[in-house]
Design a protein around this ligand. Sequence first.
Ligand code: FE2
Length: 424
Amino acid sequence: MTEPTRRKFINARVYRQHDRLSEILVEGGVIQQVGTGLPDAAEVVDLRGRLVVPPYVDPHLHLDYVFTGSGPGATNASGTLFEGIARWHDVKKTQTLESAKERALRGIREEVLKGVQFVRTHIDVTDPELTGLKAMLELREELADLVTIQIVAFPQEGMYAYPGGDELVEEALRMGADCVGAIPHFEWAREIGERSVHRTVELATKHDKLIDVHCDETDDPMSRFVELLNALVMTEGIGPRTAASHTCSLGSADDAYAFRMLGLFQRSGMNFISLPTENAYLQGRQDSYPKRRGLTRVKELWEAGVNVCFGQDSINDPWYPVGNGDLMNVLDNGIHLAQTMSFDELDRCLDLITYNGARTLMVEERYGLEAGKPASFLVLDADSPFEAVRQRADVLASVRDGDYLFKRPEPSYEVELDLRPRPR
Ligand code: FE2
Protein backbone atom coordinates (compact mmCIF):
# COMPACT_ATOMS: atom_id res chain seq x y z
CA MET A 1 0.00 0.00 0.00
CA THR A 2 1.39 3.44 -0.88
CA GLU A 3 1.38 6.27 1.61
CA PRO A 4 -1.21 8.94 0.78
CA THR A 5 0.47 12.08 -0.54
CA ARG A 6 0.78 14.83 2.02
CA ARG A 7 0.80 18.30 0.50
CA LYS A 8 1.28 21.61 2.22
CA PHE A 9 0.11 24.80 0.54
CA ILE A 10 1.96 27.75 2.06
CA ASN A 11 1.51 31.54 1.85
CA ALA A 12 -2.20 31.20 1.17
CA ARG A 13 -4.76 33.86 1.88
CA VAL A 14 -7.76 31.79 2.89
CA TYR A 15 -11.09 33.45 2.10
CA ARG A 16 -12.78 34.83 5.24
CA GLN A 17 -9.41 34.87 7.05
CA HIS A 18 -7.48 36.50 4.22
CA ASP A 19 -5.94 39.29 6.30
CA ARG A 20 -3.08 36.89 7.17
CA LEU A 21 -0.99 34.24 5.45
CA SER A 22 -1.89 30.66 6.25
CA GLU A 23 -0.81 27.12 5.46
CA ILE A 24 -3.17 24.37 4.36
CA LEU A 25 -2.11 20.80 5.10
CA VAL A 26 -3.76 18.19 2.89
CA GLU A 27 -3.60 14.43 3.21
CA GLY A 28 -5.82 11.65 1.93
CA GLY A 29 -7.86 14.18 -0.03
CA VAL A 30 -8.90 15.96 3.18
CA ILE A 31 -7.88 19.27 4.75
CA GLN A 32 -6.00 18.21 7.89
CA GLN A 33 -5.17 21.65 9.27
CA VAL A 34 -5.30 25.33 8.37
CA GLY A 35 -2.92 27.60 10.28
CA THR A 36 0.75 28.38 10.67
CA GLY A 37 3.79 26.32 11.64
CA LEU A 38 2.11 23.14 10.39
CA PRO A 39 4.02 19.83 10.06
CA ASP A 40 6.23 19.18 7.05
CA ALA A 41 4.93 17.53 3.90
CA ALA A 42 6.48 15.65 0.99
CA GLU A 43 5.31 18.37 -1.37
CA VAL A 44 5.19 22.07 -0.55
CA VAL A 45 3.31 24.45 -2.86
CA ASP A 46 4.04 28.16 -2.43
CA LEU A 47 0.89 30.15 -3.31
CA ARG A 48 2.77 33.47 -2.90
CA GLY A 49 -0.03 35.27 -1.09
CA ARG A 50 -2.81 34.30 -3.46
CA LEU A 51 -6.43 33.99 -2.43
CA VAL A 52 -7.84 30.52 -1.81
CA VAL A 53 -11.62 30.17 -2.07
CA PRO A 54 -13.91 27.16 -2.02
CA PRO A 55 -14.94 25.93 -5.49
CA TYR A 56 -17.50 27.92 -7.43
CA VAL A 57 -21.03 26.56 -7.31
CA ASP A 58 -23.36 26.97 -10.28
CA PRO A 59 -26.77 26.37 -8.73
CA HIS A 60 -28.78 26.77 -11.94
CA LEU A 61 -27.73 25.60 -15.40
CA HIS A 62 -29.53 23.92 -18.29
CA LEU A 63 -27.03 21.33 -19.46
CA ASP A 64 -29.42 19.74 -21.97
CA TYR A 65 -29.71 23.06 -23.83
CA VAL A 66 -26.06 24.02 -24.08
CA PHE A 67 -24.66 24.82 -27.54
CA THR A 68 -28.06 24.62 -29.28
CA GLY A 69 -28.48 28.39 -29.54
CA SER A 70 -27.02 28.81 -32.99
CA GLY A 71 -28.34 25.56 -34.48
CA PRO A 72 -31.11 25.22 -37.07
CA GLY A 73 -34.47 26.59 -35.89
CA ALA A 74 -33.06 27.89 -32.59
CA THR A 75 -32.80 31.60 -33.30
CA ASN A 76 -34.81 33.62 -30.78
CA ALA A 77 -35.71 36.78 -32.71
CA SER A 78 -37.68 38.52 -29.95
CA GLY A 79 -35.19 37.71 -27.20
CA THR A 80 -38.00 36.72 -24.83
CA LEU A 81 -38.29 33.80 -22.45
CA PHE A 82 -41.43 32.58 -24.22
CA GLU A 83 -39.94 32.50 -27.70
CA GLY A 84 -36.98 30.62 -26.22
CA ILE A 85 -39.37 27.94 -24.95
CA ALA A 86 -41.05 27.73 -28.38
CA ARG A 87 -37.69 27.37 -30.15
CA TRP A 88 -36.54 24.65 -27.76
CA HIS A 89 -39.81 22.72 -28.39
CA ASP A 90 -38.58 22.17 -31.97
CA VAL A 91 -34.87 21.85 -31.28
CA LYS A 92 -35.24 19.09 -28.68
CA LYS A 93 -36.86 16.75 -31.20
CA THR A 94 -33.48 16.37 -32.89
CA GLN A 95 -31.43 15.41 -29.83
CA THR A 96 -30.18 11.88 -29.24
CA LEU A 97 -28.68 10.37 -26.10
CA GLU A 98 -25.24 10.65 -27.67
CA SER A 99 -25.63 14.26 -28.85
CA ALA A 100 -27.11 15.30 -25.51
CA LYS A 101 -24.20 13.75 -23.63
CA GLU A 102 -21.63 15.24 -25.97
CA ARG A 103 -23.01 18.78 -25.64
CA ALA A 104 -23.49 18.53 -21.87
CA LEU A 105 -19.93 17.34 -21.47
CA ARG A 106 -18.69 20.39 -23.39
CA GLY A 107 -20.76 22.64 -21.13
CA ILE A 108 -19.42 20.96 -18.00
CA ARG A 109 -15.89 21.31 -19.34
CA GLU A 110 -16.35 25.07 -19.80
CA GLU A 111 -17.64 25.44 -16.25
CA VAL A 112 -15.03 23.23 -14.56
CA LEU A 113 -12.22 25.03 -16.40
CA LYS A 114 -13.48 28.25 -14.83
CA GLY A 115 -13.51 26.88 -11.29
CA VAL A 116 -16.94 25.29 -10.90
CA GLN A 117 -17.06 21.96 -9.03
CA PHE A 118 -20.76 21.86 -8.11
CA VAL A 119 -23.57 22.17 -10.64
CA ARG A 120 -27.32 21.93 -10.27
CA THR A 121 -28.81 21.36 -13.70
CA HIS A 122 -32.44 21.58 -14.78
CA ILE A 123 -33.22 18.89 -17.33
CA ASP A 124 -36.36 19.13 -19.46
CA VAL A 125 -38.60 16.13 -18.80
CA THR A 126 -41.47 17.21 -21.06
CA ASP A 127 -40.25 14.58 -23.51
CA PRO A 128 -41.83 11.11 -23.47
CA GLU A 129 -38.44 9.58 -24.22
CA LEU A 130 -36.69 11.48 -21.39
CA THR A 131 -33.60 11.59 -23.59
CA GLY A 132 -31.89 14.51 -21.85
CA LEU A 133 -32.54 12.99 -18.44
CA LYS A 134 -31.04 9.63 -19.40
CA ALA A 135 -27.95 11.38 -20.75
CA MET A 136 -27.52 13.44 -17.61
CA LEU A 137 -28.08 10.54 -15.19
CA GLU A 138 -25.20 8.74 -16.92
CA LEU A 139 -22.93 11.79 -16.83
CA ARG A 140 -23.71 12.49 -13.16
CA GLU A 141 -22.31 9.08 -12.23
CA GLU A 142 -19.43 9.02 -14.73
CA LEU A 143 -18.11 12.43 -13.62
CA ALA A 144 -18.83 12.16 -9.89
CA ASP A 145 -15.16 12.26 -8.91
CA LEU A 146 -14.58 15.45 -10.92
CA VAL A 147 -17.73 17.51 -10.50
CA THR A 148 -20.81 17.15 -8.30
CA ILE A 149 -24.00 17.31 -10.35
CA GLN A 150 -27.56 17.60 -9.06
CA ILE A 151 -30.43 17.05 -11.48
CA VAL A 152 -33.77 18.86 -11.39
CA ALA A 153 -36.72 17.13 -13.08
CA PHE A 154 -37.86 20.24 -14.92
CA PRO A 155 -41.08 20.36 -16.97
CA GLN A 156 -40.01 23.11 -19.37
CA GLU A 157 -43.32 23.06 -21.25
CA GLY A 158 -45.40 22.86 -18.09
CA MET A 159 -46.61 20.23 -15.63
CA TYR A 160 -50.12 20.71 -17.04
CA ALA A 161 -49.68 22.81 -20.21
CA TYR A 162 -47.76 19.77 -21.48
CA PRO A 163 -50.06 16.72 -21.35
CA GLY A 164 -48.80 14.33 -18.69
CA GLY A 165 -46.04 16.72 -17.64
CA ASP A 166 -46.57 16.04 -13.93
CA GLU A 167 -46.34 12.28 -14.54
CA LEU A 168 -43.09 12.72 -16.43
CA VAL A 169 -41.69 14.72 -13.51
CA GLU A 170 -42.58 11.88 -11.16
CA GLU A 171 -41.08 9.30 -13.51
CA ALA A 172 -37.85 11.34 -13.59
CA LEU A 173 -37.76 11.38 -9.78
CA ARG A 174 -38.15 7.59 -9.74
CA MET A 175 -35.28 7.33 -12.23
CA GLY A 176 -32.99 9.27 -9.92
CA ALA A 177 -33.43 13.02 -10.37
CA ASP A 178 -32.51 14.90 -7.18
CA CYS A 179 -34.99 17.77 -7.23
CA VAL A 180 -38.56 18.53 -8.26
CA GLY A 181 -38.88 21.39 -10.75
CA ALA A 182 -41.83 23.43 -12.02
CA ILE A 183 -42.64 26.50 -14.08
CA PRO A 184 -45.92 27.90 -12.71
CA HIS A 185 -45.80 31.22 -14.62
CA PHE A 186 -45.86 29.24 -17.89
CA GLU A 187 -49.04 27.28 -17.07
CA TRP A 188 -52.15 28.54 -18.85
CA ALA A 189 -53.88 30.17 -15.88
CA ARG A 190 -52.96 31.28 -12.40
CA GLU A 191 -54.99 28.47 -10.81
CA ILE A 192 -53.15 25.87 -12.86
CA GLY A 193 -49.80 27.40 -11.94
CA GLU A 194 -50.85 27.18 -8.30
CA ARG A 195 -51.81 23.54 -8.79
CA SER A 196 -48.32 22.88 -10.16
CA VAL A 197 -46.76 24.42 -7.04
CA HIS A 198 -48.93 22.22 -4.81
CA ARG A 199 -47.97 19.17 -6.88
CA THR A 200 -44.27 20.09 -6.63
CA VAL A 201 -44.38 20.08 -2.84
CA GLU A 202 -46.42 16.84 -2.78
CA LEU A 203 -43.90 15.11 -5.04
CA ALA A 204 -40.94 16.36 -2.99
CA THR A 205 -42.36 15.05 0.27
CA LYS A 206 -43.55 11.79 -1.30
CA HIS A 207 -40.16 11.02 -2.88
CA ASP A 208 -37.94 12.80 -0.32
CA LYS A 209 -36.42 15.16 -2.90
CA LEU A 210 -35.25 18.77 -2.95
CA ILE A 211 -37.25 21.49 -4.74
CA ASP A 212 -36.11 24.06 -7.29
CA VAL A 213 -38.87 25.97 -9.07
CA HIS A 214 -38.53 28.34 -12.03
CA CYS A 215 -40.68 30.87 -10.23
CA ASP A 216 -42.15 34.12 -11.55
CA GLU A 217 -39.67 34.59 -14.40
CA THR A 218 -41.67 37.52 -15.71
CA ASP A 219 -41.95 41.26 -15.19
CA ASP A 220 -45.66 40.86 -14.34
CA PRO A 221 -45.89 42.05 -10.71
CA MET A 222 -49.05 39.96 -10.29
CA SER A 223 -47.10 36.77 -10.80
CA ARG A 224 -46.78 35.75 -7.15
CA PHE A 225 -46.19 32.01 -7.14
CA VAL A 226 -43.21 32.54 -4.82
CA GLU A 227 -45.71 33.44 -2.09
CA LEU A 228 -47.49 30.07 -2.39
CA LEU A 229 -44.26 28.08 -2.74
CA ASN A 230 -42.83 29.74 0.36
CA ALA A 231 -45.98 29.14 2.40
CA LEU A 232 -46.26 25.48 1.44
CA VAL A 233 -42.62 24.61 2.13
CA MET A 234 -42.73 26.54 5.39
CA THR A 235 -45.75 24.48 6.46
CA GLU A 236 -43.92 21.27 5.57
CA GLY A 237 -40.72 22.47 7.27
CA ILE A 238 -38.71 22.05 4.08
CA GLY A 239 -37.79 25.67 3.32
CA PRO A 240 -34.02 25.05 3.49
CA ARG A 241 -34.48 22.14 1.02
CA THR A 242 -36.21 24.47 -1.44
CA ALA A 243 -34.99 27.04 -3.96
CA ALA A 244 -36.94 29.65 -5.87
CA SER A 245 -35.10 30.41 -9.10
CA HIS A 246 -35.43 33.72 -10.97
CA THR A 247 -38.32 35.39 -9.00
CA CYS A 248 -37.97 38.33 -11.42
CA SER A 249 -41.48 39.64 -10.71
CA LEU A 250 -40.41 40.41 -7.14
CA GLY A 251 -38.21 43.09 -8.71
CA SER A 252 -41.34 44.71 -10.14
CA ALA A 253 -43.60 44.13 -7.14
CA ASP A 254 -45.13 46.76 -4.93
CA ASP A 255 -42.77 47.59 -2.04
CA ALA A 256 -45.36 46.88 0.67
CA TYR A 257 -45.91 43.39 -0.74
CA ALA A 258 -42.21 42.71 -1.27
CA PHE A 259 -41.23 43.70 2.23
CA ARG A 260 -43.98 41.62 3.82
CA MET A 261 -42.69 38.67 1.80
CA LEU A 262 -39.11 39.28 2.99
CA GLY A 263 -40.23 38.56 6.55
CA LEU A 264 -41.90 35.33 5.46
CA PHE A 265 -38.82 34.27 3.49
CA GLN A 266 -36.72 34.79 6.62
CA ARG A 267 -39.06 32.47 8.51
CA SER A 268 -39.14 29.68 5.91
CA GLY A 269 -35.39 29.51 5.24
CA MET A 270 -36.08 29.10 1.52
CA ASN A 271 -33.16 29.79 -0.86
CA PHE A 272 -33.14 32.20 -3.80
CA ILE A 273 -31.22 31.80 -7.05
CA SER A 274 -30.77 34.85 -9.27
CA LEU A 275 -29.56 34.57 -12.86
CA PRO A 276 -28.24 38.07 -13.58
CA THR A 277 -26.95 37.85 -17.14
CA GLU A 278 -29.92 35.92 -18.52
CA ASN A 279 -32.61 37.93 -16.80
CA ALA A 280 -31.00 41.27 -17.64
CA TYR A 281 -31.16 40.06 -21.26
CA LEU A 282 -34.60 38.39 -21.28
CA GLN A 283 -36.66 40.69 -19.06
CA GLY A 284 -37.93 44.18 -19.78
CA ARG A 285 -38.75 43.14 -23.34
CA GLN A 286 -42.22 44.69 -23.18
CA ASP A 287 -40.86 47.90 -21.65
CA SER A 288 -39.94 50.85 -23.81
CA TYR A 289 -38.03 53.16 -21.45
CA PRO A 290 -37.16 53.02 -18.63
CA LYS A 291 -36.37 49.31 -18.97
CA ARG A 292 -36.42 47.07 -15.95
CA ARG A 293 -33.21 45.33 -14.89
CA GLY A 294 -34.99 41.96 -14.65
CA LEU A 295 -33.46 40.82 -11.39
CA THR A 296 -35.13 39.81 -8.19
CA ARG A 297 -34.43 41.86 -5.05
CA VAL A 298 -30.94 40.47 -4.50
CA LYS A 299 -29.71 43.29 -2.31
CA GLU A 300 -32.73 43.24 0.00
CA LEU A 301 -32.71 39.44 0.28
CA TRP A 302 -29.00 39.42 1.08
CA GLU A 303 -29.35 42.21 3.66
CA ALA A 304 -32.29 40.41 5.29
CA GLY A 305 -30.17 37.30 5.80
CA VAL A 306 -32.14 35.27 3.24
CA ASN A 307 -29.82 32.91 1.39
CA VAL A 308 -29.31 34.16 -2.17
CA CYS A 309 -26.85 33.00 -4.82
CA PHE A 310 -26.05 33.55 -8.51
CA GLY A 311 -26.04 31.05 -11.39
CA GLN A 312 -25.26 30.92 -15.09
CA ASP A 313 -28.51 29.43 -16.47
CA SER A 314 -27.56 29.33 -20.17
CA ILE A 315 -24.53 28.46 -22.26
CA ASN A 316 -25.32 29.37 -25.86
CA ASP A 317 -28.94 28.23 -25.97
CA PRO A 318 -32.19 29.65 -27.40
CA TRP A 319 -32.58 31.91 -24.35
CA TYR A 320 -29.15 33.50 -24.05
CA PRO A 321 -26.31 33.19 -26.55
CA VAL A 322 -23.15 34.18 -24.70
CA GLY A 323 -23.06 32.25 -21.40
CA ASN A 324 -19.67 30.59 -20.93
CA GLY A 325 -19.77 29.10 -17.43
CA ASP A 326 -17.69 31.91 -15.95
CA LEU A 327 -19.18 32.50 -12.52
CA MET A 328 -16.84 35.46 -11.97
CA ASN A 329 -18.51 37.14 -14.96
CA VAL A 330 -21.95 36.29 -13.55
CA LEU A 331 -20.93 37.80 -10.21
CA ASP A 332 -19.56 40.88 -11.94
CA ASN A 333 -22.87 41.48 -13.72
CA GLY A 334 -24.94 40.57 -10.69
CA ILE A 335 -23.34 42.97 -8.25
CA HIS A 336 -23.67 45.80 -10.77
CA LEU A 337 -27.33 45.12 -11.48
CA ALA A 338 -28.15 44.58 -7.80
CA GLN A 339 -26.09 47.62 -6.74
CA THR A 340 -24.22 45.67 -4.08
CA MET A 341 -20.79 47.27 -4.29
CA SER A 342 -20.01 48.90 -0.97
CA PHE A 343 -16.51 47.91 0.17
CA ASP A 344 -18.08 45.66 2.79
CA GLU A 345 -20.25 43.98 0.15
CA LEU A 346 -17.29 43.63 -2.21
CA ASP A 347 -15.38 41.89 0.54
CA ARG A 348 -18.15 39.29 0.96
CA CYS A 349 -19.73 39.01 -2.47
CA LEU A 350 -17.75 35.91 -3.46
CA ASP A 351 -20.22 34.19 -1.11
CA LEU A 352 -22.82 34.58 -3.87
CA ILE A 353 -20.97 32.12 -6.12
CA THR A 354 -19.48 29.91 -3.37
CA TYR A 355 -20.89 29.34 0.12
CA ASN A 356 -24.43 30.55 -0.63
CA GLY A 357 -24.70 28.21 -3.61
CA ALA A 358 -23.39 25.32 -1.50
CA ARG A 359 -26.06 26.02 1.10
CA THR A 360 -28.73 26.03 -1.60
CA LEU A 361 -27.52 22.66 -2.91
CA MET A 362 -27.28 21.35 0.69
CA VAL A 363 -23.69 20.20 0.18
CA GLU A 364 -22.24 22.18 3.09
CA GLU A 365 -21.06 19.06 4.93
CA ARG A 366 -18.44 18.47 2.26
CA TYR A 367 -17.80 22.09 1.33
CA GLY A 368 -15.55 24.73 2.86
CA LEU A 369 -12.00 25.48 3.90
CA GLU A 370 -11.90 24.01 7.41
CA ALA A 371 -10.05 20.97 8.74
CA GLY A 372 -12.01 17.80 8.08
CA LYS A 373 -13.56 18.99 4.83
CA PRO A 374 -12.58 17.53 1.45
CA ALA A 375 -9.55 19.41 0.12
CA SER A 376 -11.44 21.10 -2.70
CA PHE A 377 -10.60 24.71 -3.43
CA LEU A 378 -9.52 27.26 -6.02
CA VAL A 379 -6.41 29.43 -6.18
CA LEU A 380 -7.31 32.83 -7.64
CA ASP A 381 -4.89 35.23 -9.26
CA ALA A 382 -5.48 37.93 -6.63
CA ASP A 383 -4.43 38.65 -3.06
CA SER A 384 -7.81 39.64 -1.58
CA PRO A 385 -11.52 39.23 -2.29
CA PHE A 386 -11.72 42.89 -3.31
CA GLU A 387 -8.90 42.51 -5.84
CA ALA A 388 -10.37 39.22 -7.08
CA VAL A 389 -13.61 40.97 -7.93
CA ARG A 390 -12.03 44.20 -9.19
CA GLN A 391 -9.64 42.33 -11.48
CA ARG A 392 -12.17 39.60 -12.35
CA ALA A 393 -9.40 37.24 -11.28
CA ASP A 394 -8.58 34.10 -13.22
CA VAL A 395 -8.57 30.69 -11.57
CA LEU A 396 -4.94 29.51 -11.48
CA ALA A 397 -5.70 26.08 -10.02
CA SER A 398 -8.67 23.95 -9.11
CA VAL A 399 -8.04 21.29 -6.47
CA ARG A 400 -10.58 18.56 -5.75
CA ASP A 401 -10.20 15.99 -3.01
CA GLY A 402 -6.52 16.93 -2.75
CA ASP A 403 -5.63 16.53 -6.44
CA TYR A 404 -5.40 19.10 -9.19
CA LEU A 405 -8.27 19.18 -11.68
CA PHE A 406 -6.10 21.70 -13.49
CA LYS A 407 -3.26 24.08 -12.78
CA ARG A 408 -2.15 26.92 -15.03
CA PRO A 409 1.16 28.75 -15.30
CA GLU A 410 1.21 32.23 -13.88
CA PRO A 411 0.33 34.83 -16.51
CA SER A 412 3.38 36.16 -18.31
CA TYR A 413 4.25 38.25 -21.38
CA GLU A 414 6.55 37.52 -24.28
CA VAL A 415 7.14 41.26 -24.47
CA GLU A 416 6.84 43.12 -21.18
CA LEU A 417 5.11 46.48 -21.22
CA ASP A 418 7.60 49.23 -20.40
CA LEU A 419 5.75 52.29 -19.15
CA ARG A 420 8.72 54.35 -17.99
CA PRO A 421 8.13 57.95 -19.08
CA ARG A 422 10.40 58.87 -21.97
CA PRO A 423 11.88 62.33 -22.59
CA ARG A 424 10.58 63.82 -25.84
FE1 FE2 B 1 -33.51 28.35 -15.96
